[in-house]
Write a protein that binds this ligand. Sequence first.
Ligand SMILES: [Zn+2]
Length: 292
Amino acid sequence: MVKGKIIILKFLLLFIVLILGNAWGISVFSMNSTVEDLILQSDLKDGEALIWYLGHAGWAVKTKNHFLIFDYVSNSRFAQQPQNLSLSNGCINPSEIKDHNVFVFVSHGHLDHYDPVIFEWEESIKSITYIFGWKVDRKPRYLYFTEPRARKTLNGLEVLTINHDFDGIPEVAYLVKVDGLVIFHSGDHGSTGEKLNPIFKDNIDYLSQQARDIDIAFVSQFGSGTSDGVNNGDLYTISKLGPKVTFPMHKGGGERFYKEFAMEAKQRGAQTEISCAQKNGDRFFYQNGKIK
Ligand SMILES: [Zn+2]
């Protein structure tokens, strides 16, 4: 009887601590990360994906057997870091994904695409593979896609790159075939002029021969001389690669502008579903060629 009372009292105390903690803004218990833990354990089928927006050009994609991370940059670089790192607030917390088969992609060395914080994840994630579009350092276990239009098959993934040096440094965009999905991440590969940059056009033509009807395209929104929304390069990418779903990106802190891309692309006849992240940690579920 007394023991029962003590247990009830403990629950009551825990409840009070949680309520007060929340009221004072102390994260005693993060509801979001618990939800994220459950979601991370969910089984996906071939052709399905869970997608998180990690800010700017950063994305996480969970597929049936793999967990891909593209161009992750820690929030602390540009804004205040949340107290609890979690996918739910657009941050990678390695302990959250430690049992996943993780592949980290970095398109090029600019600070808004590459953050050495990614190397800290090796300590806690058992299966992690790093893929770079340039020679970042000499660690032999990292994979470097430095040769032009490389193609490599790795542990259930096929990775293809296109290359450019529009900003004077080596850069790639990635096409990844994984678990019944084809995913494109543009990095900074873009063409903002009225007339398409010939290297850009040639790259997209090449990729379109390697994979038609891709599932998911992450496309950097650079705008043009006349518009902040969509440009001819984006429309060309969409028409040639035919992504079922397109996510505009590269407007970290200005996410409201993604809607402009979506609106203009639709007005100009783009045949793709355009999905817009609104804040870091936004999560999307891709199934049967659509965002659910
Ligand atoms: Zn960039």
